[in-house]
Structures are given as C-alpha cells and as structure tokens.
Design a protein around this ligand. Structure first.
Ligand SMILES: [Ca+2]
Ligand SMILES: [Ca+2]
Length: 452
C-alpha cells in the first residue's frame, strides 16, 4: 500500500559490475526490467523464501540485478514518502523510498517483529549493516513472524526563498509588456520545484496568475500605465513543502510625458511607491496619495492619530486606481498653516495656493497638460505634456455622496480661504483652463504632495 503520492521526481541509480541489490525508488508507469535497466545482464530476482525471476519490478521489493560494467539509470516517476511492505517469517529483501529512511524510525505491524539489522550489498564491499535506507537500494531484514514493515522518509528541505526578482524590487518606468523572473533552488538534489505566481495591484497580492509552473519566468502583457504591481512567488517542492518569497513591486512607465525629479525618481511611503515628476522647478508626486484607513462616506474623520480616507463609492479598488479622497482638515492633520506637511511623506508638504499658481503658470494655464492621456474629453482631453498625470477621481460631497469619477478631479491646497473653506485646484474634464478656487472643507478631494 502506497501513500502520499506526489509530483514526478527523478532518482539516479548507480550500479557496479557484478550483482547489485536494488529497488525502485519511485512509482513508474512501466516497471519492466528491460526498459528500466537495459544494460543488465541477468534476470531480476526477488526473494520470497526462495529466489523468483521477475520481468516487471515493483515498489517495496528489493531485487538482484547483474551488470558487466558500471552504469547509471535515471528513474522518473511519482515519489514515495511512505510505504507499508508485507514481509514473511525469516529473511526478506525490501525496497526503499524516494528519499532516505532512518532505520531508527522504521516500525512494524505487529510491532516488534523485526529481528535483525538492515543490510545492503555492494559488489565491492559485500554486505553492509546500515543505519539509513537509501533510494534505489534493496535491503535484507529478518522478521520473526508474518506482518509488515512501515517505512517513511523524513529527509526533506523546503525550497530556498525565491530571490533575484526581475524587474528588481521597487523598479519604476517598467514597460507594460515584460517578462518577470526569479531564482530559486531546492537543497535536495532529487527534488523538483514548481511555482505559483501571485500578481496584482494589491499588497500583498492575492491573485494567482500561474500555478504549478516549472519555469522561473513568466511573460506579462498589456499592464496598466503608471500602475504599481505587487508579486510574490510560492516555490513548492515535490515532497509537499513550500517556501513563500517576499512581496516585490514595480511601477509601470508613465502615462504620458514628464521627467523624474533629479536624483529622486520615486518615494516609498507607507508601503506604496510614488513616482516623482519635475514640472518647472517644482517636484511633485506623480500619483495621488493613497494612504490611511478607508471610512464609510457617511462618516467624518476625526483628529484621532489615524489617517482616514474615502474611496469612491466606498470601493477600495478606486483608492488603488485614483488614490484616496480626503477632507481638508484630515489632510492637513488639523493644522491651518499653509505649506503644512499634513499627510504627506516626510520632506514633502501640501501645496499652497501660491505653489498651485506657479504650477499654473509653468504649464501656461493648460488644464490638459496636467491630465493623463485618456482623461477628459473634447477641448478638455488630457495631453499630459507636464507628466502630472492627473486622473479624474471625482469627489466626495460634504453630505456623504460621491460624484464625477471619470469626469473631474480636484486637489486640495493648504491655504485656507476662510475658516470653512480652503483653496483647491480643479481640473474639469471638459475644460482646457485650470481653475483655482475654494470649496467647503468637508469635501473629499484627491491629494498631491510637493517637495519642500
Ligand atoms: Ca525539498
Ligand atoms: Ca484621523
């Protein structure tokens, strides 16, 4: 009776000139002696009280085979990690498993019937008492009554941690058609590794896009532009052990024009990667901020030490694509100082009205230069010549409703208009001009940071 069958493995059997005491280390579909050991010069003999010649070899039995010359054989089949082998009173020749078996772990049914050591046979060395049953060998053992001997192999090492990601972790400007690759190995030379690839825009990724593949690479195509992807590899060996690699990420190339800020192509903030873009003398984050914990649109954030965001229609996927929508006080983290850091990364701040006016001047009041290609329509169609790459993320109204996703976008500034209102930059989907005006602070708008 065989248990715990797993994937295909290959064991190598080495033989020497003369009689060799062997066994089948894996479960093969064709057990004929002539196909497995074509250079053997004898019949295969098993022992069941007397020797019996066999044309077809079976797992669990040791057998004698004679060779004229040294040779090696690659035997491929399903691995065997456990076996219960029937034995009869007296001496038996049993087979081993796909991986080594420590003699001290061997048991019997009924218990205690094993009455000898285990002996291998090598043509040059003769009989050898052994503490370990190795794959591909047969072993003599004596029992004092009929029963069975139970073998299981305890040797296995899980695969090494997947490493050397390509593209390397936190890469930016990655093409939207690419081949990802990694390296991995298994300390057990008889083992074969297969891989599950997790890949999506969530961290950690939860979507398996390929499973049980043998290759250490995978071609991807038509990824989104300016999008951060997360991926990880689960390496599985043929013995049921697995090793999960770290989460890696990369960001695809820009949606449109623009250049990175010199010496600062991206910023990693709270686990997300943001590109930078230089527009005139100003260094901006190129994606809307998506930080904090989503709250329901009917709730208001509070000064509680936790950054709270809205996601359009309360759908986290919209935060992934468009970034979070923030009330002004929450974004400012409850100060009213123009140029406050607010929820921006260290070294960055919320743009003042003056900084938005500079941006406006730099792009010639061209609203379309700030919009990503594909955003806006007609005279308001985005050209993204600046690289600002605005997505029309809509807004959350003070009463809790959402509107204008895919149509308009608004970006908070840090300059107050009055105690209830603050300035923001509005990029209308059908407008070619940038609008700088004020809105009630309870609105939820998109958010960009500018470098100090
Ligand atoms: Ca292994
Ligand atoms: Ca808060």
């Amino acid at each position: 009776m065989l248990q715990c069958l797993n994937a295909q493995v290959t064991d190598t059997i080495y033989v020497e000139p003369g009689w060799n005491l062997l066994s089948l280390p894996v479960i093969v579909s064709d057990g004929s002696k002539s196909s497995l050991f074509p250079s053997a010069v004898s019949d295969a003999f098993i022992y069941q009280g007397s020797y019996i010649a066999k044309d077809t070899l079976e797992n669990g039995f040791g057998f004698w085979l004679k060779f004229d010359t040294a040779d090696s054989f690659f035997i491929t089949g399903e691995s065997i990690h456990r076996d219960t082998i029937n034995v009869t009173t007296g001496w038996n020749i049993i087979g081993s498993l796909t991986a080594p078996v420590i003699v001290g772990t061997i048991s019997s049914e009924p218990p205690g019937i094993i009455n000898s050591d285990f002996f291998s046979y090598l043509p040059e060395a003769g009989y050898q008492q052994t503490d370990t049953l190795h794959p591909g060998f047969g072993y003599w053992v004596k029992v004092i009554q009929d029963g069975s001997i139970i073998l299981f192999s305890v040797y296995n090492n899980p695969p090494t941690q997947p490493s050397n990601p390509n593209p390397s972790d936190n890469s930016v400007d990655v093409d939207t058609n690419l081949t990802i690759s990694w390296t991995c190995s298994d300390p057990d030379d008889y083992d074969i590794i297969t891989y599950d690839i997790y890949f999506d825009i969530n961290n950690p990724p939860s979507t398996i896009i390929s499973s049980n593949q043998a290759d250490t690479s995978l071609a991807l195509s038509n990824l989104g532009l300016s999008t951060t992807y997360y991926w990880k590899i689960v390496a599985k060996d043929s013995r049921g052990d697995s090793t999960t690699g770290p989460v890696w990420s990369f960001m695809t190339r820009y949606n449109g024009g623009g250049i990175h800020c010199p010496g600062l192509p991206y910023v990693v903030y709270e686990g997300k990667t943001y590109n930078t873009v230089l527009i005139g003398d100003q260094c901006w984050l190129k994606e809307n901020l998506d930080i904090g914990t989503m709250i329901d649109s009917l709730q208001n954030p509070t000064d509680n030490g936790t950054i709270e965001k809205y996601c359009y229609r309360n759908d986290p996927a919209n935060c992934n694509t468009y970034g979070g929508l923030y009330q002004w006080n929450e974004a400012m983290q409850y100060t009213t100082i123009p140029g406050a850091r607010g929820i921006c990364p260290s070294g960055w701040h919320i743009p003042t009205l003056t900084e938005y006016q500079i941006l406006n001047t730099t792009v010639g009041n061209d609203c379309n230069a700030l919009k990503a290609i594909g955003q806006g329509t007609g005279v308001g169609a985005g050209t993204n010549t600046s690289g600002f790459s605005a997505l029309q993320g809509g807004g959350r109204r003070p009463g809790g409703s959402f509107d204008c996703l895919g149509l308009d976008s608004g970006f908070w500034g840090s300059t107050e208009y009055d105690p209830g209102y603050a300035y923001f930059m509005f990029l209308g989907g059908t407008a070619s001009d940038i609008s700088l005006s004020s809105r009630e602070k309870g609105n939820g708008f998109s958010f960009r940071c500018v470098k100090d």
